[in-house]
Design a protein around this ligand. Structure first.
Ligand code: PHE
Length: 448
């Protein structure tokens, strides 16, 4: 097989384009829906602290590794491992990544669909169309879930068919600045309201007694999910990256953007939850939030309704559009992984690959729409276990098969003199020992 040329595969137009696309992949439901909910229910600031540790000590080194594998090989996750080493096992790690991507996307579109539906719910509620509003808020309605998930998937496919620079890069470049603006405006509004202050202290003042093995496992899984690590999304995005770009720096920007937005989302949503309480909205069932969907899909809408009038609606629509935009830049990357696999390995044209892979995953999404209980199972298997497992194997690959010296040589192209830096001395230690040991320990304690 001759393989495709760079021009045929596509590439980023600019370094900023890559960073925004990768940050767009990272920033998603994980940051704005899952993270604040976990902080609120699993230990407040103590959770935040462990999460930051996992992100910088485990996530960042693995991210640099993934991008480097991608750029070195110029391939999808399966082809990348095959290209770099003759070992027959590692392409299977790439394939596991593709499978995780497919399965995560299948439930991700359903949750994204809820968010998108709520944006309209706020409008319908405002105009007093209660029936339509109620229909949209029913997360257990399979038919409704399936329709909105389909809309979301079609949008994702459409962007992917546009290609790397004209599709993915252009779309994320437009959406990311919008997203940041919206979130900042909303934080300012919420923090100015009396009643939100208690949330700020819960969020920022740690109670160390809350730290235990469960919390650490949850925070690590959250870090992998949020940074889009462990399934080859960044191998794929790295494969479109120009040789002259500085990989550690790009990885640092993406990590900071991801943590920054998660932090801001927490600063918005945790205080909003206490604001809701001060307005008489019940925020707890038996001492804790009843389920993870409650905070964003029940308490916040209730708050927007209580604020009422044009302001409540405006806030509600804006918030749920924000969530939808963040989700869309992530579904793009989730779909791009299996699509690039099909393009590279079976030499299928992009358009055909995007439609056939996207529509096949949509079949699973429709199934999930009718059985939302699957979301929890898929999330546990393919995100909480699957992504850290993938990250662990990527560390083993780079540390012991490809070798960190060779990875540093690849980084050297865009970062002349990297060998004299602290990064090149510390990063191999993390990839060979600290990251794999920490991940393995966490996975094992989770099973015991
Ligand atoms: N990082 C995305 C989020 O936080 C989800 C994602 C995971 C995207 C894995 C791509 C790969 O929502």
């Amino acid at each position: 097989m001759a393989g495709l040329t760079t021009t045929e595969r596509g590439s980023w137009n600019s370094k900023l384009g890559f960073i925004l696309a990768a940050a767009g992949s990272a920033v998603g439901l994980g940051n704005i829906w899952a993270f604040p909910t976990k902080v609120a229910t699993e230990g407040g600031a103590a959770y935040l602290l462990i999460y930051l540790l996992c992100t910088f000590a485990i996530g960042f080194p693995v991210m640099a590794a993934e991008i480097t594998i991608g750029r070195r090989s110029g391939k999808n996750p399966v082809g990348a491992f095959r290209d770099i080493s003759t070992n027959k096992f590692f392409p299977l790690v790439g394939l596991w990544g593709v499978i995780c991507g497919v399965m995560i996307l299948s439930f991700y579109t359903v949750i994204a669909g809820w968010a998108f539906g709520f944006a309209f719910e706020e409008i319908f509620y405002f105009f007093g169309w209660g029936g339509a509003a109620d229909w949209l808020t029913d997360t257990g309605n399979g038919f409704k879930n399936a329709i909105i998930a389909t809309v979301f998937m079609l949008g994702t496919i459409k962007i992917i068919t546009g290609g790397v620079s004209d599709g993915i890069e252009r779309a994320t470049k437009a959406m990311m600045p919008l997203l940041i603006t919206i979130i900042v405006v909303m934080i300012v509004y919420v923090l100015l309201q009396p009643g939100s202050a208690e949330g700020v202290s819960v969020y920022l003042l740690p109670d160390f007694s809350k730290i235990n093995a469960n919390l650490i496992f949850s925070a690590m899984g959250q870090a992998f999910f949020s940074l889009s690590l462990g399934m080859g999304a960044l191998i794929t995005y790295g494969s479109y990256l120009n040789k002259k770009e500085n990989i550690p720096q790009a990885a640092a920007f993406v990590t900071l953007a991801d943590v920054g937005i998660a932090f801001l989302a927490g600063l918005l949503i945790v205080p909003a939850m206490y604001l809701a309480q001060s307005q008489g909205i019940n925020i707890s069932a038996g001492g804790s939030l009843a389920s993870s969907t409650d905070l964003v899909f029940q308490i916040l809408p209730a708050l927007f309704h209580t604020i009422g009038g044009g302001v409540g609606m405006l806030l509600g629509v804006t918030f749920f559009l924000l969530l939808s935009i963040a989700a869309l830049t992530s579904t793009i990357s989730l779909l791009e992984v299996p699509v690039s696999y099909v393009i590279d390995e079976f030499e299928v044209k992009r358009k055909k690959a995007a439609w056939s892979v996207g529509l096949s995953i949509l079949v699973v999404s429709v199934f999930v729409s009718y059985f939302p209980v699957l979301i929890g199972w898929f999330d546990y298997l393919f995100s909480s276990i699957g992504l850290p497992l993938g990250g662990f194997l990527i560390c083993i690959f780079v540390g012991y098969f490809w070798k960190t010296e060779n990875a540093i040589n690849e980084m050297e192209y865009g970062y002349a003199g990297i060998k004299q830096t602290l990064f090149s001395k510390v990063w191999p230690v993390f990839i060979k020992y600290i990251c794999p040991a920490a991940i393995l320990y966490n996975l094992i304690t989770n099973f015991i």
